[in-house]
Design a protein. Structure first.
Length: 365
């Protein structure tokens, strides 16, 4: 398995699209997956991410466009000859076969001699930390172990790219989190080009080098996890990846201010880092970027409000704050401190944030 990193390839989609009858599953899209990277296709159900993965795998034919592995056009190559490894959510293990036989199945079908099959199977099981369990059957393993068997069965074939379809979706929360570390360790250790489909925002942010956010069959934003989270370009991306407070604003007197309209006809002036391109725009602020205090801050602005609710989350709480004149409450994530008792529901509070914490979105309003 040590030569897997030498087989990593750049995967490129060039204008692929797919329609089922009158339903457009994937509008024409192009994407490059750099060699050795892990790219997550992220989006809600029906956004086209799984169809895109199936086109790459050769399980679906695109209506238009081409799929390239490095500079080789693999669009018309059957799926079993594409040298790609595919791991499904349900693992698809043979229940009547031992773990070793499950992992070695592809090798045996390829006609490899017994010694090579045995050696590569043992290497693959060691890679996923299942050495010594080769004689067991799938029903005797935990969900996380079965997922590792599915990975080993794919990796033993030494694919040039790895395709993961909701690989951790069948696991419970604690096991899923631990397997995220295992999967990332494997991918980085092998240096294998990987495309993963997921609807789990945390999973995409945790595992990937690049996040591709999809909606209604289109790519809406591509970027590194921190970039996607901190600098969303649209309301959809801001709200799909975590919680975001969205404010309808008008431009202030200069490029460093925005005015948040209130229902009483008044407006609150807040700082922004860059001058918006339009007079009216949406401003997104993450809950953890907002400072919450019982006394007015010394800074140039603050929103006065009243705590409407609190949700305890271990070392922090989420506060729901009602600000007079705003149509929706403002959500704030704050760590606990000795003053927490003063922030019970009904308490008067003040909200403030730095100019760089507000992100001007591209949506038209």
């Amino acid at each position: 398995m040590s030569d897997a990193s030498n087989t990593a390839r750049t995967l490129r989609l060039d204008g692929i699209s797919k329609t089922y009858g009158s339903v457009v599953a994937v509008h024409p899209l192009s994407l490059t997956v750099p060699s050795g990277s892990l790219v997550a296709l992220l989006g809600p159900s029906g956004c086209g991410k799984t169809t895109t993965l199936r086109i790459v795998a050769g399980l679906e034919e695109p209506d238009r466009g081409r799929v390239f592995l490095d500079e080789e056009d693999i669009t018309d190559i059957p799926c079993n000859r594409r040298k790609l490894g595919l791991v499904f959510q349900n693992y698809a293990l043979f229940p009547h076969m031992s773990i070793a036989d499950n992992v070695s199945f592809g090798l045996r079908m390829s006609g490899l001699d017994r010694a090579q099959v045995r050696s590569r199977t043992q290497d693959a099981l060691a890679l996923v930390q299942l050495a010594g369990l080769d004689a067991r059957f799938p029903a005797m393993l935990s969900g996380g172990q079965q997922q590792r068997v599915a990975l080993a069965r794919t990796l033993v074939m030494r694919p040039q790219a790895l395709l993961l379809d909701e690989p951790l979706g069948a696991l419970d929360k604690n096991l899923r989190e631990s397997m995220q570390f295992e999967l990332r360790r494997l991918q980085r250790g092998l240096g294998i080009t990987t495309v993963m489909v997921t609807h789990d925002q945390e999973e995409a942010l945790t595992l990937s080098d690049l996040v591709v956010v999809m909606n209604e069959g289109r790519i809406v934003q591509v970027g590194a996890p921190q970039e996607i989270y901190d600098r969303p370009q649209t309301r959809f991306v801001a709200e799909f990846l975590g919680t975001a407070n969205i404010f309808a604003c008008s431009a202030g007197r200069d490029g460093s201010e925005a005015r948040i309209a209130r229902g009483d006809g008044q407006a609150v002036t807040v700082p922004i880092a860059a001058s918006p391109a339009r007079d009216r725009f949406l401003l997104a602020v993450r809950p953890e970027r907002i400072a919450l205090s019982a006394t007015a801050p010394a800074g140039p602005f603050a929103l006065a409000g009243r705590v409407r609710g609190q949700v305890f989350r271990g070392d922090n709480s989420i506060y729901e704050v009602e600000v007079a004149g705003l149509p929706s409450p403002v959500y704030v994530q704050a760590r606990h401190d000795p003053a927490e008792a003063n922030l019970a529901p009904g308490a008067a509070v003040h909200l403030a944030w730095a100019a760089a914490s507000g992100v001007v979105l591209n949506d038209e309003i």
